[in-house]
Design a protein. Structure first.
Length: 152
């Protein structure tokens, strides 16, 4: 069974907020904010809770732009990630035990320090296009196959 996860990104052109993952899956990579949806939560409630826990930011308005299935060739760590564009929020990003936030210019996104799939779907996200995809990784987090499509 796939884990249901959320990923929230604040994009206020020309800036975008990422967090440096300090521990766990993805440690040492820049990423959006999010995680597992807990029992009894909607996907949206999970996204709001995770954003607050990891960055101190309270989401007021968000828009779901994407859904991506991630699978590992060996069957471990399969997940479905719901990706949200945070449109309105309260507070300023603060460092948590899990994430260290940093604003980047959209022309200086650190793709070489991010998950390898980000360079495929993030341009659609930045253009506020809805999308869905599937990425299959080997045990070394290398993409071995993928599909990605824009939704209407």
């Amino acid at each position: 069974m796939k884990k249901i996860l959320t990923l929230c990104i604040i994009h206020q052109h020309p800036k975008i907020l990422f967090g440096m993952k300090k521990r766990g899956h993805g440690q040492g990579k820049w990423n959006g904010f999010g995680g597992k949806v807990e029992k009894g939560e909607t996907i949206e409630q999970g996204a709001i809770r995770e954003m607050k826990e990891e960055s101190g930011i309270e989401i007021s308005k968000m828009n779901k732009l994407g859904i991506i299935d991630f699978e590992y060739q060996d069957g471990s760590g399969n997940m479905k990630v719901h990706i949200f564009d945070v449109k309105e929020f309260k507070g300023s990003p603060i460092e948590s035990a899990e994430m260290k936030p940093k604003w980047f210019d959209v022309n200086k996104i650190p793709y070489n320090q991010m998950w390898p799939d980000d360079k495929y779907w993030l341009p659609m996200f930045l253009n506020e296009k809805k999308f869905e995809g599937k990425f299959i990784f080997d045990k070394f987090n290398k993409i071995i196959d993928y599909s990605l499509s824009k939704l209407k």
